[in-house]
Design a protein around this ligand. Structure first.
Ligand code: HSE
Length: 291
């Protein structure tokens, strides 16, 4: 049985640990009954019992009251860049959860699958769009995940700027302050609400303010060498705004039109030749069993 899981960008500026958006950029995995664990198609260091897709698969069996079952996992395609803030670990977790439910006919509800995935990941902002697609705002409360889907205008275009270096979420979280002032909380709440409206209506004029953040970006941009120049290039080429995708290192550009990505790619090729620029389209459906 094959599953296809989309990449996602969490946070989207002010929506730290809550907002997420799925992309038409996927990993595909095949799960097969087996007599012992076998994992192929990914780097050797992930071909063991610590593999996130396998851990999530086992956790889902356990949640359904079943004992562990061996499985063979074949990674058929892995287009989601690893450790770059595009939800690669959430995609593995979402794939493992979905596959266990389907392969063993567990009949767990979509809400339960989301809860298992969010607990495995530690926060719901990537697993919600990975499983459900689209633009989501999620919150964990008393052992439940509340996740709502929000409309996304077709007028907006997006491109991701993927640096040539990884940024671990652990490191990117370690630099964040534990406390926030009331002023900063108000700053973020207002921007987050404006951002949802901008994404719904496609009103790019709201984005320069709506993408502002004071919870994480000011502390994380120093971890992304080249950030200031990349931002300048994107804005000079007409991007309406940009934010760090998830915990980074990728930057998500809110593009001005379909020609933004090729123009940005040309500029980036000059200054950051080993970075990649990918146009990305929102994925509306989320993780799916594809056969
Ligand atoms: N919201 C998370 C963060 C996403 O920014 O740390 C990364 O898993």
């Amino acid at each position: 049985m094959r599953v296809r899981v989309p990449a996602s960008s969490a946070n989207l500026g002010p929506g730290f640990d809550c907002f997420g958006l799925a992309w038409q950029l996927y990993n595909e995995m095949e799960f097969l009954p087996a007599s012992e664990l076998k994992i192929s198609g990914c780097p050797e260091k992930f071909q063991n019992e610590n593999n996130l897709a396998y851990r999530a698969y086992l956790t889902t069996l356990e949640a359904a009251g079943l004992p562990p079952e061996p499985v063979e996992i074949r990674f058929l395609s892995t287009y989601i860049p690893v450790c770059r803030g595009l939800g690669s670990s959430s995609a593995l977790i979402a794939g493992g959860v979905l596959a266990a439910n389907e392969l063993h006919g567990l009949g767990l509800s979509p809400d339960k699958l989301l809860l298992i995935a969010a607990q495995a990941e530690g926060h719901p902002d990537n697993v919600a769009p990975a499983l459900r697609g689209g633009l989501t705002v999620s919150s964990m409360e008393n052992g439940r995940v509340l996740s709502a889907s929000f409309p996304l205008s077709d007028k907006l275009h997006f491109a991701v700027l993927v640096p040539d270096f990884e940024l671990s979420t652990e490191l990117a979280r370690s630099v964040l302050p534990a406390q926030l002032s009331r002023q900063d909380a108000i700053f973020n709440v207002s921007r987050a609400a404006l951002l949802l409206k901008a994404l719904e209506t496609g009103d790019a004029a709201l984005l320069p303010v709506a993408l502002q953040d004071r919870i994480h970006e000011p502390y994380r941009t120093p971890l992304i060498p080249g950030y200031d120049r990349a931002r300048e290039l994107a804005l000079n080429l007409g991007a309406a705004g940009l934010c760090i995708s998830g915990a980074g290192s990728t930057l998500l550009c809110f593009a001005s039109g379909e020609d933004f990505a090729p123009r940005m790619a040309a500029a980036v090729a000059e200054e950051f030749p080993s970075w990649r620029v990918l146009p990305v389209l929102p994925e509306r459906e989320g993780a799916a069993v594809i056969d």
